[in-house]
Design a protein around this ligand. Structure first.
Ligand code: NAP
Length: 249
């Protein structure tokens, strides 16, 4: 088992990619703190983790709110004994043209959840990791953070900032034995994509734009997160790994 004896905090783990990461990490021996803004979904993931035989706690909290993040991390440390792994996964999409539907309010919300959330969770968990001279942080950015994407200006800008935050924290925290890496998923079949862009990507379009000819699965992103959170990636820090079926190629 690759994560035996570790504790992982995964944000936005009530659904999609975060949930798949929670279940895969539990299967590899980690105890899991499941955060989500929606408590019932967090509780469902925590129950599934317990069925795998690991300890799990469900924590409702908005990653964009400093008080929620501080209380969440304090609880993970007191209930599970530490935070060896942090996966900054919570994110929300906003689609629309900048001059049309992208209001100041939804710009601020997208940036707050994606960028400020990653900063707040990394800051609080980083304190524990620095004190304990150990840690793996995996940020879930997006292909949209590496290239421009139509109608996704605020989302893409926030995801690009997460990639740069990853690099800066990797430089600052390398000396404390903390690896900070990032994943840039492409088109992944999750409740989020089914709610938003699935209609723009029928199978014939996906076959045309994705070299591997299909959407990815949440489990395939989780596999990359496991690699970056494990000792297999011990000498890797500051990188962004695309998991996009070859679209960036
Ligand atoms: P998802 O199924 O919607 O899961 C995201 C989870 O995060 C949801 O349970 C959501 O709760 C929760 N959440 C939203 N805002 C939050 C907040 N402020 N604090 C805590 N939790 C919050 O989406 P997904 O597709 O798995 O996406 C996971 C991550 O991958 C996101 O960062 C997304 O941007 C990124 N990503 C996804 C794709 C893709 O194709 N799916 C591609 C590139 C990147 P609610 O449902 O209640 O909002």
């Amino acid at each position: 088992m690759k994560l035996a004896g570790k504790t992982a905090l995964i944000t936005g783990a009530g659904s999609g990619i975060g949930k798949a990461i929670a279940l895969l990490f539990a299967g590899e021996g980690a105890d899991i703190a499941v955060n989500d803004i929606d408590l019932p979904s967090a509780e469902k993931t925590a129950e599934a983790v317990k069925k795998i035989g690991r300890r799990a706690i469900a924590i409702q909290g908005d990653v964009a709110e400093p008080a929620d993040v501080d209380a969440m991390v304090d609880r993970v440390i007191s209930d599970l004994g530490g935070v060896h792994i942090l996966v900054n996964n919570a994110g929300i999409p906003v689609h629309g043209l900048l001059l049309d539907t992208q209001t100041v309010e939804n710009w601020d919300r997208v940036v707050a959840v994606i960028l400020r959330g990653t900063y707040l969770c990394s800051r609080r968990v980083g304190k524990w990791m620095v004190a304990n001279r150990t840690g793996k942080i995996v940020n879930i950015s997006s292909r949209a953070g590496l290239v421009g994407s139509p109608t996704m200006a605020s989302y893409g800008a926030a995801k690009a900032a997460v990639i740069n935050l990853t690099r800066s924290l990797a430089l600052d925290w390398g000396k404390y034995n903390i690896n900070v890496n990032c994943i840039a998923p492409g088109l992944i079949d999750t409740p989020l994509t089914r709610r938003t862009i699935a209609k723009d990507f029928p199978p014939e379009v996906v076959r045309e734009v994705v070299p591997l000819g299909r959407m990815g699965t949440a489990e395939e992103v989780a596999g990359a997160a496991l690699f970056l959170a494990s000792d297999d990636a011990g000498y890797i820090t500051g990188v962004t790994l695309p998991v996009d079926g070859g679209r960036l190629a």
